[in-house]
Design a protein around this ligand. Structure first.
Ligand SMILES: Cc1cc2nc3c(=O)[nH]c(=O)nc-3n(C[C@H](O)[C@H](O)[C@H](O)COP(=O)(O)OP(=O)(O)OC[C@H]3O[C@@H](n4cnc5c(N)ncnc54)[C@H](O)[C@@H]3O)c2cc1C
Length: 379
């Protein structure tokens, strides 16, 4: 199938590096995807691949002058097709550092971004709390400024990379000024982590407790009360990349089901020549290709000005993650009982597709934002 044939040949090097990493990951993917800890080989393959240089600007140890969402999408599409643990570990270096790239001070960038690019330090973005998920304005972690020091108190939950991250970007309510973002090194006294509940599709997740965590004012990212801006910029780039991961997962499911339907015969013919089965596969292919087109359109737009095109990233994430669920479900149907075997490629696809419709903007919430923007745009 002609995956990614529309892309500029300038990305050939990135694609090749991602395929090389994917080849090494294939042998350990089932084990890594069934673990909710940091898989040492996945970490070492990603470090060795140099792919994390893509999530940081060149001035701070990265590859390109500015972070290129298209390159990130290419990598995620390829990695997610093989190993979900590797895909999320790759993406989180960007998700947990883009706020610093966008709104951090030069000192913060110089201290942390080169370590993110090399993989020496793992990054995390801590927004969600037990009572605040989609509704981030309801965050109850408090930041208090006194005598030039900031004190944080709160509980962040379901935070990817918690427990292994070298720092956390924390969103907190700061007095009356609103939500502010802070860079909290993991070894700051008062910060502790514990594992979050295990998911059906295991993921490196933890809860972060902040008890009288005291930081210099220089730990703030952006202006007081403006913490949501770098978070939204992060989502504008990385929602498109979740879409790319969903496309990668849907693509492998489609390939798996097509091979099966070509080789298995029932009623004297290959399944793929039985009308309803052919229809399931044809619809799945249309879904994959449509989702891919919107994903790379959103990534292109995010390259120039992420915040100005947040709705395209949201559309891509909505379309691709919903399509991925439909595609994987059809592919399981095509394969009959063979699609249900635990840890088979399709069964893993089914488990891994589901959370993508919830994190980084649940589908229903994305629809609200997209409709709001539509109301603005139409005169
Ligand atoms: C694998 C995984 C990794 C994660 N990693 C991180 C991380 O690194 N950092 C982090 O901060 N968080 C992380 N999260 C948390 C994630 O961001 C939240 O799960 C997500 O924001 C949704 O919040 P919630 O689960 O509390 O659902 P809720 O907000 O309670 O929503 C529940 C349902 O209600 C719907 N809903 C909510 N509000 C509305 C509305 N106004 N109108 C219509 N429908 C609505 C939602 O669409 C959803 O279907 C992770 C979650 C998972 C599963």
């Amino acid at each position: 199938m002609g995956a990614l044939t529309l892309l500029d040949p300038a990305y050939e090097g990135v694609r090749q590096a991602a395929h090389d990493a994917a080849k090494k990951l294939a042998a350990i993917a089932i084990e890594a995807d069934n673990s909710s800890g940091l898989h040492p080989e996945v970490y070492s393959i990603l470090r060795g691949s140099g792919l994390w240089e893509l999530v940081v600007p060149a001035a701070y140890g990265g590859r390109n002058e500015s972070v290129d969402p298209v390159a990130i999408c290419i990598v995620r599409e390829i990695l997610m097709g093989v190993c979900s643990a590797a895909d999320s570990l790759f993406a989180l270096q960007g998700i947990g550092s883009f706020a610093i790239t966008m709104a951090g001070t030069d000192a913060q960038r110089r201290e942390w971004l080169p370590k993110v690019a090399s993989g020496e330090v793992l990054a995390a973005l801590a927004l969600s709390e037990p009572l605040a998920g989609s509704d981030l304005k309801n965050v109850s972690t408090r930041a208090q400024l006194a005598d030039g020091r900031i004190t944080l108190n709160g509980h962040k939950s379901f935070i990817s990379n918690a427990g292994v991250a070298g720092y956390y970007i924390v969103l907190a309510q700061e007095g009356d000024v609103g939500l502010s973002a802070f860079l909290v090194p993991a070894d700051t006294p008062g910060l502790t982590t514990e594992p979050s509940p295990e998911l059906g599709a295991p993921h490196l997740l933890g809860d972060v407790h902040l008890v009288d965590v005291t930081l210099p004012e220089s730990a703030r990212i952006g202006a007081p009360g403006e913490g949501l801006k770098p978070v939204l910029a992060t989502l504008a780039v990385f929602r498109a990349s979740v879409a790319a991961a969903a496309v990668g997962l849907a693509q492998v499911a489609l390939e798996e089901a097509t091979r099966h339907a070509r080789s298995r015969e029932q009623f004297g013919r290959p399944l793929i020549r039985l009308g309803p089965v052919a229809g399931l596969l044809a619809d799945a292919w249309v879904d994959v290709e449509s989702a891919r087109l919107l994903t790379y359109r959103a990534a292109e737009l995010a390259r120039t000005d992420p915040l100005a095109h947040l709705e395209y990233s949201s559309m891509a994430k909505l379309a691709a993650t919903e399509a991925c669920t439909r595609v994987v479900d059809r592919c399981v149907q095509v394969c009959g009982r063979w699609g249900l075997i635990k840890d088979s490629r399709l069964e893993r696809c089914q488990r891994q597709a589901r959370p993508m419709r919830i994190y980084e903007g649940a589908s229903e919430v994305l629809r609200l934002g997209i409709a709001r923007q539509l109301a603005h745009e139409v005169s």
